[in-house]
Design a binder for this molecule. Sequence first.
Ligand SMILES: Cc1cc2nc3c(=O)[nH]c(=O)nc-3n(C[C@H](O)[C@H](O)[C@H](O)COP(=O)(O)O)c2cc1C
Length: 174
Amino acid sequence: MLGSPRKGGNTEILVDEILRGAKAKGHVTERLRLYDCEILPCLDCRGCKKEASGYTCALSDGMEKIYATLERADLIVFGTPIYWYGPTAKMKLFIDRLRPYIASRKLAGKKGLVVAPSEEGAACCGPLLKMFAMSFDYLGLENAGSLLAQAYEKGDIEKMPGELERAREKGFSL
Ligand SMILES: Cc1cc2nc3c(=O)[nH]c(=O)nc-3n(C[C@H](O)[C@H](O)[C@H](O)COP(=O)(O)O)c2cc1C
């Protein structure tokens, strides 16, 4: 899941390298740009907590396709640049809409991996990593770790072969 508004930005480059590594290992990969999808905000209607709804979301938008993708996956990559020490607004909309999986447990046993470039680098990612770790725990997702990188301008990360190699290796190791 790509949570940056910048096409060809640092998040996308890092996630693509991870996918390249995973493909080299024989895994099938899919990627979605969240900014290309309509994701309405969770309204806390609690419909997804009721058995009658089949533990599904009452809203009708781009999440329908995303839910199907998530349910097919063994591992979900949460790629987001750091915005104010947290995820981008679109990534947060996406995370809020994972609420049906609290009751349905359909993500339980899958793995979650966090990818986050930022201007300041790893030192500023504590709050984001904590938020993901606690949310993964709540959903029953196994934490597959994180890939953090220091990069600011669009595509900066492409000039850092060591970082690209690290991303590829992370993908290969999954
Ligand atoms: C609204 C906004 C808030 C940001 N907040 C932070 C921040 O708190 N800490 C930081 O290190 N970088 C911050 N950045 C910089 C981005 O994390 C950085 O440029 C990143 O490489 C962008 O990734 P992308 O190319 O995938 O979009 C911010 C950028 C924007 C646009």
